[in-house]
Design a protein around this ligand. Structure first.
Ligand code: ATP
Ligand code: MG
Length: 389
């Protein structure tokens, strides 16, 4: 069992607010990814759990035990950093064994654990080498091994893949997901890389300026962002965000945008009718704008006109950079589209999937259902229902 609870945790460094009133539960065996822009407090969140920083206010619990004043070495937590700092003069085996020796673990037990970890990570044949004789990816695996042999309750990762090249990152990402399944241990993983976050997380926690903005499965955060920040931060290329006004009647509500408007379907109109007259921000994901020749029949759309400025062929799709009534929009359409730079096009906007945020609070006005049968998340734990907010 390894459940972590942050309760109203605040951490200031002098005048700098690193973390503000964070309440977050990390479930047993979960792979929780903390994501947010540089300086938003991600590292601080895991460092207070590791016992490397003292809290300004609040409580941190590990399996219902208050650990605020527990020394780092007694916390049963292992941390893997971006810079893996292996001892250059020691072999891979000794690097992995070092922490255990310091803890007075018997040498047979050390051998058993190091051998098992090396096998798990596929570095068994490297145990006699020195760090200088390893590739970057292999060194990162040794650093992982050093954490695994401690058999901790919780693994903390602080951007462990950022020193690896693109190909190795993809490979190591998949290995980390498998490792998580195999170890059955709670992982808390910090990154500012969206793809890492979306692919590995059982749940994502999105932070900005020390404040937690949303926690949920990758699907929830992507398809139902709580606010403008999450909507714009998660997703690449990012969501188009346009200022507008919500008007109409409960039978038919409209979002009036600069130069055009979008009429909402009947059920949705009813849901948002009480917000008529509100200034809003309308969010449209690039993939929710379609070339009319290649759109799926079930999409309820509304046609908008624009001019194509640039197109980018991505292989499986084509990005269209558009100018729609002087506003720049990005659409991500079927690769077979015949739209080319300099042409006028009409695109279909999926009005069931348009996001509507209150312009004043930047909070979402209504949440719609997740798409049918979302792709399963690898290694998803049995999380207590209702805990994701
Ligand atoms: N030891 C420290 N002394 C003073 N300020 C600090 C200290 N550690 C962190 N901070 C500040 O606290 C804020 C949060 O820092 P933190 O390292 O948690 O951010 P982060 O989200 O991990 O950023 P990055 O993605 O760049 O690693 C930043 O404004 C940072 O400058
Ligand atoms: Mg950091």
């Amino acid at each position: 069992m390894a459940r972590v609870l942050y309760s109203h945790v605040t951490k200031h460094f002098g005048d700098t607010v690193a973390v503000e009133d964070l309440t977050l539960e990390v479930f047993d065996k979960e792979f929780l990814v903390l994501i947010g822009p540089s300086g938003c407090g991600k590292s601080t969140v895991i460092r207070v759990l590791a016992g490397l920083e003292k809290l300004t206010a609040g409580e941190v619990y590990l399996d219902d035990v208050l650990v605020n004043d527990l020394p780092a070495r007694d916390r049963d937590i292992a941390m893997v950093f971006q810079s893996y700092a292996l001892y250059p003069h020691m072999s891979v085996f000794d690097n992995m064994a070092f922490g255990l020796k310091m803890h007075g673990v018997h040498k047979d037990e050390i051998k058993r654990r190091v051998t098992a970890a090396a096998e798990t990570l596929g570095i068994h044949e490297l145990l006699k080498r020195k760090p200088a004789q390893l590739s970057g990816g292999q060194r990162q695996r040794v650093a992982l091994g050093r954490a695994i042999v401690r058999e901790p309750k919780v693994f903390l990762f602080d951007e462990p893949l950022s020193n690896l090249d693109a190909k190795l990152r993809v490979q190591t990402r998949a290995e980390l997901s498998k490792l998580h399944d195999r170890l059955g241990t709670t992982f808390i993983y910090v990154t500012h890389d969206q793809v890492e976050a979306m692919t590995m997380a059982t749940r994502l926690a999105v932070m900005k300026d020390g404040v937690l903005h949303q926690v949920g499965t990758p699907e929830e955060v992507y398809f139902r962002p709580d606010n403008v920040f999450v909507a714009g931060f998660i997703g690449s290329p990012s969501m188009n965000l346009l200022p507008g006004k919500l008007t109409g009647t409960p039978e038919e509500m409209r979002i009036e945008l600069k130069g055009f408007e979008l009429s909402l379907p009947a059920e949705r109109s009813k849901r948002v009718a009480s917000f008529a007259g509100r200034d809003v921000i309308c969010g449209i994901r690039p993939e929710d704008m379609h070339d009319r020749a290649f759109v799926r029949a079930e999409v309820r759309g509304q046609v908008i006109q624009g001019r194509v400025e640039v197109t980018e062929m991505m292989g499986n799709e084509r990005f269209l950079h558009l100018l729609v009534h002087e506003q720049e929009l990005l659409a991500r359409v079927d690769a077979r589209t015949r739209a080319r730079a300099g042409q006028d096009v009409s695109l279909l906007v999926d009005v069931d999937r348009v996001h509507i945020f209150d312009a004043a609070t930047e909070k979402v006005l209504d949440k719609f259902d997740l798409p049918e049968s979302p792709a399963p998340v690898p290694g998803e734990p049995v999380a207590s229902p209702g805990a994701a907010s």
